[in-house]
Structures are given as C-alpha cells and as structure tokens.
Write a protein that binds this ligand. Sequence first.
Ligand code: F6R
Length: 369
Amino acid sequence: EKGGYDYFMLKEIAEQPKAVADTLLGRIDGAGNLTLDEVRISASELREMDKVVIVACGTAFHAGLIAKYAIEHWTRIPCEVELASEFRYRDPILDAQTLVIAISQSGETMDTLMALRHAREQGSKVLAICNTNGSTIPRESDAVLYTHAGPEVAVASTKAFLTQLVACYLVALYLGQVRGTKWGDEIRAVIRDLSQIGGAVERVLETMEPVRELARSLADKNTVLFLGRHVGYPVALEGALKLKELAYMHAEGFAAGELKHGPIALIDQDLPVVVVVPSPRGRSVLHDKIVSNIQEIRARGARTIVIAEEGDEAVVPYADHLIRIPVTPTLLQPLVATVPLQVFACELATARGNEVDQPRNLAKSVTVE
Ligand code: F6R
C-alpha cells in the first residue's frame, strides 16, 4: 500500500508532481482557457461579490493565506483569511456580496464546517475546496472544487496542501476571468506556468538528499525558526507547523520584516533558522531585505538554512546550508518552496524516532470543535 515507501507521508510527498497535474486536469480547454464548470455560482453573482473570506484550519489555513496574495493581486477584490475556529465567534460581517471559500482536505473538519454554516446563515455563498468526494463540507456548500490529490493517509498534510494551492490559483484566475480583471492571454500564461509546476516539484524531489542529511544533523536541537516574506511567509508558517506536528520540536514561523520587532532576541549561537527567500526578480526589494535579514541572523552566530531560487547568488555568502528551488513566478513559489520543508520535517521525525504517519495526539480529521 505504501508503494515501496517506509511511510505514507513519503509516498504522498513523492506523489505531488502527479497530484498538482491532476488538479489542473479537465479544467483547461484545448485553447488553454480556464473552464471551471464546478463553480456553480453564476458569473453575475461572482461579479457582485465585494469581498472574499477564506476559512480553514492548520495547513489548509496556510493555503488560504497564500491564496489571498493571488486573489487580491489578480482580481483586486479584498480578501480576508481567517482561522475557522475563530470565525463565527467574532460576529463577522457577511452578506450575499461575500464569497466564502472553505478549504479542507478531509471535508469533515468541524471548525471549518461550523464557519461555513454560519456564513450561509448570513446569506453568503460558500465555495468549498476539498479533497474528499462527497464529504460534509462540499455537501453543505454552494459549490465545490475538488483538489483530486487522491487519498491522503499520513496525518501531516502534504500533497493536499499543494493541490489546495493550485485550486486556489484557479479560483483566483476564474474570478479574474468573470470579472474582467484578468484577460485571456494573462490567464493562459499563468496556466502554462502552473502546468510546469509538476516538473519543477519533480526536480526539487530529486535533490533532497542534502536536506535529509541536514535534518538528521539537527535531531538534537530544541528549536527551529522559519522566516519568509510575501507568499514565503505562509510557507514559513507551514514549515514550522510540519516540524511541530512531526518532530515534536518547538518551531515558529515569522514574517522576516517582524524580526527586528521582537523575534531577533531569540537568535543565538547555533540556532537553526530556515529562510525562504523571494525571487530576486520581480519584487527584488523584498529579496534584498531578506538577504540583509540573513546577514543579521548570521552575524549573531545562528545557523542559516536558506531556500533560494536557482541562480540567486546574493544569498551564497550567508547560507550555511543552501537549498535550491527552481525559478517560478513569484506567486507560485510556495508550490516548490514548501517541498523541502516537508522532507525536512519528515526526516527529522524519523531521526527522533517518532511515528511519521501517526504523530502523537493528532487525528487525520478533526471532527470536534
Ligand atoms: C497539518 C494538518 C492539519 C490539517 C487541519 C485541517 O499537517 O494536517 O493542520 O491541515 O486539521 O484539516 P482539513 O484540511 O481536513 O480540514
């Protein structure tokens, strides 16, 4: 069943190139245009929406945080992302002009279900992004976009996350398409980029041995910090979550710009700090800022583990460990940058003798609030 892998998690990490391709399957026509027939919310209703609210938990919440960048950038609709468990308790402002997107691998997460029920009671339309056919969340939503990652057995979410991202990008493009903020050529260009991601993930997976070695060398550490900016910030949060749940280590993700507002006090000798570096192209201001963050961290004696695009030479002098990822458009970088962090957490868990597929105290679907 594990297809020759020691753990389901390893199998599911390896399945990611195919999973992301499957999420795109049947959603692009021969001319390279987007056809999201499943989104049974009419184009005229979608044009009326003045706000998008994403609700989700854990890893799915991190996918939502990344989706916000794409939705706002491509559609100019304001987008909020909220932990489903907090959502209904603060009396959120919802109406028929609010599009609520509920993201869930299992489709059974009670916090997310209660959040979407609340949204529908207030008259909002709910679009589910889900991996499990016929589960409760899609059944109770107005529409569903299935991620088609295939069954995810390991408790720690990996391939579901990548496919949630792909589905979110598709929804963002679709909103842009129906609202006229994104035109055919631009949409086709992004879809072309998305259809190359599977190959890029494949290349990342082929170069993971040094990451596994590094993980084993850190098995006796107590803390690992993760930093990122822009879409790399939720990637940092996801890297930290994976490490907590699998390695039972203290791990925290920060927005790199926040470092100077407090977290830098945590930096000391030998502390491993993982930094997700934005592309030097495009938003190069952010790139330069994060490079100076890495310098600051290193100046305090910490061990820098840098995830950077191929060809980014500026980081080389400050990286104790350099993990290369393929060049992608800025918004799509999480699809490749997350993969080494999954491998890192899985290997650390193994090195610490933990149960990889069944971490202590956790369940695959959390059906209580
Ligand atoms: C992390 C993880 C959890 C889930 C969360 C939501 O690896 O698996 O954080 O992401 O419990 O679950 P779903 O997506 O099933 O709603």
